[in-house]
Ligand binder design. Structure first.
Ligand code: B12
Ligand code: SF4
Length: 497
């Protein structure tokens, strides 16, 4: 079968790096395992309009991914595809998993896949393939025909049959053994068009960077986090399976740096230690790698971090979120400030670079609590402090709180990005003015301390990358009207197909 997988165009309103989509890389891999021919269309790096690609490739099924700010672009992309061919169009990803009916109800979308996608995608392709074999004129409408009843038994999907009836089949069980998955199919991407994931190495832009996920899910449920996409049960790949992919990335794909994307990689410390041992034993520790997301601070012991450093780990992040003990308690992070202090201390003592993730504007915040967050950031003093303004994503507890008691200031999914310097909601005495002021202040006060300025300008990365750093800093602290213009440009481009 000819399978087309699409990452719809969505550029962040800052000059960010682009990276191949890992979820689509997995879907491409399971499709190839089935024997399908795969065309990966990443609109962020393609030159041709998607309509040309559809005409040329003539897909039998199309899968589009969508997180929240991307979902409207996914719909526009689906419309463009349908204007060329009435092929079954399937959407998946974090946003549609939480709000499946919204997308399933759209005429240009045929099926929504909720949650982890590989197993459901394979079964759906089998259904479409079988139906097409029996009917050479098969279209998307035939897939949704209530008489044909093709989709009833498939778990994990939502759709509307052509008689207008809404269907939400029960969830598909999570993949029990992640080692059974093939490695992500990076060869279907135009790899030379991606810049690196994060500047993990001093080579910066142009370094061959790959992502890896060694575990899926997270057993915690912080009130602000969109974890609903993955099952609550944390599942891990075996260290041996991780090693095999690591070898593949370094020896066959020439990885110069690796970003580990796990939500909580260190839930089982022994497993991580074993991975580190294997990387050392197999001489893979010369390739620097980073934890892109936070690892749990309560499980970041000094011996573990020292072993990881020896295995090539260059930088680790910790989700701190708030400097205020009551706020920290209220977001169910299940951690305290002394544990976080200790984790930063451990990381620095073994020579790791650190990133701290902080949130300004959590429900219940006051000027004092935000002040404590800024002070705590300065105290633990990571190499990189990332302050986000609280964005209530659908499916999170914060979203429910804001909807019930607050005033949501966002009315377009495309506004659900972090970088535009505008508060997303007001709640009680917490005004947008206060959140925006403290957010800007957080960046200014953290980065404009004399020792930080000195530290920044004496780093090699800074001088290699100084234009971009200034641009991002300028836009962060002094946001412009750029985002609106960017959205208009994107829409205009999409309408022109
Ligand atoms: C790496 C990452 C990034 C990277 C790269 C994103 C990318 N293109 O992959 C960067 C740094 C660019 C990024 C940016 C953002 N991210 Co991000 N990111 C992640 C992270 C940590 C890992 C993504 C990943 O590779 N997952 C592993 C793969 C296997 O899972 P997956 O991509 O979800 O795909 C699976 C399923 O979703 C499903 N699926 C997905 N698509 C499709 C399509 C079809 C057809 C089917 C059948 C199935 C299917 O099947 C896949 C395989 O199981 C996730 C957290 C997480 N654990 O997923 C957050 C996450 C996806 N990001 C999130 C957010 C909010 C953002 C930003 C909006 C933040 C911002 N800056 O404003 C931006 C948006 C950027 C953009 N242009 O769209 C949220 C999304 C919430 C939401 N409701 O949309 C997440 C879930 C984090 C969180 N816990 O809150 N992100
Ligand atoms: S913030 Fe981190 S620890 Fe909390 S639920 Fe999300 S991934 Fe898990």
């Amino acid at each position: 079968m000819r399978v087309m997988l699409v990452n719809p165009r969505f550029r962040l309103p800052i000059d960010t790096r682009t990276t191949p989509h890992l979820g689509l890389a997995y879907l491409a891999a399971v499709s190839e395992e089935r024997g399908d021919q795969v065309l990966l269309f990443d609109a962020d790096v393609e030159d041709e309009p998607i309509t040309d690609a559809v005409r040329r490739f003539n897909p039998d099924i199309v899968g589009i991914t969508a997180n929240t700010p991307q979902v409207k672009s996914a719909w526009r992309t689906a419309q463009a595809i349908k204007s060329v061919k009435d092929v079954p169009i399937v959407v998946g990803g974090p946003h549609v998993s939480v709000l499946p009916a919204e997308s399933a109800a759209r005429p240009e979308i045929d099926v929504v896949v909720r949650g982890e996608g590989e197993a459901v995608w394979v079964k759906l392709c089998e259904i479409v393939e079988k139906a097409q074999a029996g009917n050479p004129k098969f279209t998307a409408r035939d897939l949704l025909d209530p008489q044909a009843d093709l989709l009833t038994g498939l778990l994990g999907i939502s759709y509307f049959t052509t008689d207008g009836v809404e269907h939400h089949n029960p969830d598909h069980p999570p993949i029990a053994d992640l080692d059974t998955l093939p490695f992500p199919a990076y060869h279907v991407f135009k790899m030379d068009r991606y810049t690196n994931l994060q500047p993990a190495t001093d080579a910066i832009d142009g370094a061959k960077s790959f992502s890896i996920m060694t575990s899926r899910g997270c057993p915690y449920r912080c009130t602000f986090c969109s974890q609903s996409i993955m099952p609550i049960k944390w599942r891990a790949r075996s260290p041996e399976n991780v090693l095999k992919e690591w070898e593949h990335l370094v020896h066959e794909l020439g990885a110069q740096e690796i970003g580990v994307l796990d939500d909580s990689a260190n839930i089982q410390m022994q497993r991580l230690e074993k991975i580190a041992d294997l990387l050392i034993e197999n001489n893979l520790n010369h390739v620097p790698w980073i934890f892109v997301n936070g690892i749990r601070a309560n499980l970041a012991t000094k011996p573990l971090l020292a072993k990881l450093k020896q295995a090539g780990l260059k930088r680790t992040a910790f989700g701190v979120e708030s400097g205020d003990p009551d706020i920290l308690l209220s977001i169910d992070k299940k951690i305290d400030h002394d544990t976080i202090r200790q984790a930063f201390k451990n990381a620095k003592e073994v020579g790791l670079e650190t990133i701290g993730f902080f949130i300004i504007g959590l429900p219940g915040e006051t000027e004092e609590s935000m002040e404590k967050t800024i002070q705590f950031a300065c105290e633990v003093d990571p190499l990189i402090a990332n302050f986000s303004m609280m964005t209530p994503y659908p499916g999170t507890k914060v979203y429910e709180i804001v909807k019930r008691q607050g005033r949501l200031l966002l009315n377009d999914w495309e506004d659900y990005v972090f970088f535009d310097g505008r508060a997303r909601y007001e709640l009680g005495d917490m005004t947008a003015e206060l959140v925006e002021r403290k957010w800007k202040e957080a960046y200014r006060r953290f980065y404009l301390r004399p020792h930080r300025i000195w530290m920044t300008i004496t780093r090699k990365d800074f001088w290699i990358n100084w234009r971009r750093t200034f641009k991002v800093a300028w836009k962060t602290i002094f946001p412009s009207k750029e985002k609106k213009a960017l959205r208009k440009a994107m829409e205009a481009e999409a309408m022109g197909y």
